[in-house]
Design a protein around this ligand. Sequence first.
Ligand code: GRF
Length: 199
Amino acid sequence: KRIAFLASGRGSNFQAVLDAIAAGEIPAVCVGLVTDNPRAHAIERAKDAGIPATVVEYARFPSKAAYEEGLLAAMRNCRADLFVLAGYMRILGAAIVHEFSGRMINIHPALLPAFAGLHAQRQAVEYGVKVSGCTVHLVDEGTDTGPIVVQRCVPVLPDDDETALADRILVEEHKALPLAVKLFCEDRLEVTGRRVRVR
Ligand code: GRF
């Protein structure tokens, strides 16, 4: 399968999937990175791996609609079977969600449906939950609402701050995302309504 990534920052989840592909664990080739952030460290990672990176910078477009069109064009250009949102920090427009429905996944650093949206790890610490984790889900029209593919959990310890919890969750993200991509690429996901069964 051909897979492409959307990322806005560090790109450690992107790297985790690239490493799993390089190790022969996922039957896929990564065909592109699209980012909204020209300073994203993910771009260096793409370069190191010989993967074309496209920057679609929000500020360079006259309107949100124009940005969305630019992003859609960059995504179509990848001709990917699967798009992986790995720390992509913008809400996608309806046209993009619709066009790539069923073949776009996102990683979120909480056990959805708890703590959707921004600063999920901070939300978890402030709420006082005793376990949290990460979720890989298919992307639908909502924010972090799509059908759940993989979840992994971690304890929240009494002295955790946002950073300590984020670090613990990130270790699990780097397992959950490659697994979800692998299952997709092996055609092992069966989606019925909200429920995703692994064959
Ligand atoms: C991860 O915690 C991801 O779940 C969240 O943003 C962070 C991105 O980290 N949405 P990285 O860029 O993959 O290192």
